[in-house]
Design a protein around this ligand. Structure first.
Ligand code: 5GP
Length: 176
C-alpha cells in the first residue's frame, strides 16, 4: 500500500508482471517489423519508463524521438493537438510506432495519429503499456500492441503520476 495526496493505493500489477508484458510486446514488434527500421515516438511524460524497458528489448535497427502534448479543452472534438515538445523528426515515408503509457478514452492518440498520417508517415501504429477497453471512445486507436488491459479505475506508478508524483514506482497501483 502507498499513500499520495491523502489517498491510498494498492499494488495491482507487480513489477514482474509488467516486465513479462513488455517482453510479449517487444517479441511481437520484433517479428512484425522484421526487415524494417521503425521510428518510435515516445509520448512524454508518462511513457518514459515503458519506452525505456521496451526499447531495450527491440532487436531491430530503429530510432526513438520524443514529444509532449498539452491536454486540451473541448475534448468532444477531434481538435488539434497542442505540442509542448513538438515532433523533431521528419516522419515522411517512415514506419512510425507511437509509445504511450495508457490509452483511456483515446482522444489524445486519435488526434496525434491522424496528424502523423497527414505528415506522410508510411504507417502509424500504437503501443501502450496499459489499455482501458471499457473507456475507449475512438475504436481507431485501440493499441495494436498493448501490455495489459485493465478496468477503468485510476492508477499510478510505472511512469503514471498523481500530481506529478509516483512516476518512479516500479509496480502499478490502483486507488482503493
Ligand atoms: P486519453 O486521451 O486516452 O483519454 O488519455 C490518455 C492520457 O490520460 C494518458 O496518456 C495519461 O497521461 C492519462 N491517464 C489516463 N488514465 C490514467 C490513469 O488511470 N492514471 C493516470 N495517472 N493517468 C491516466
Amino acid at each position: 500500500m502507498v499513500k499520495y495526496e491523502g489517498m491510498e493505493f494498492a499494488e495491482s500489477i507487480s513489477a514482474n508482471e509488467i516486465q513479462e508484458a513488455v517482453n510479449r510486446v517487444a517479441t511481437a514488434i520484433n517479428a512484425d517489423y522484421a526487415g524494417r527500421e521503425p521510428l518510435f515516438v515516445c509520448v512524454l511524460n508518462g511513457a518514459f519508463m515503458y519506452a525505456s524497458d521496451l526499447m531495450k528489448r527491440i532487436t531491430l535497427p530503429c530510432e526513438i524521438t520524443f514529444v509532449r502534448m498539452k491536454s486540451y479543452e473541448g475534448t468532444e472534438t477531434t481538435g488539434k493537438v497542442n505540442m509542448l515538445i513538438p515532433l523533431q523528426v521528419d516522419v515522411k515515408g517512415r514506419d512510425v510506432i507511437v509509445i504511450e503509457d495508457i490509452v483511456d478514452t483515446g482522444i489524445t492518440m486519435h488526434a496525434f495519429m491522424e496528424e502523423l498520417r497527414k505528415m506522410g508517415a508510411k504507417s502509424v501504429e500504437l503501443t501502450s503499456m496499459l489499455y482501458k477497453p471499457e473507456s475507449l471512445r475512438y475504436e481507431d486507436v485501440k493499441p495494436k500492441y498493448y501490455g495489459l488491459a485493465i478496468p477503468p479505475a485510476f492508477i499510478i506508478g510505472y511512469g503514471l503520476d498523481i500530481n506529478e508524483k509516483a512516476r518512479n514506482l516500479a509496480s502499478i497501483y490502483t486507488k482503493v
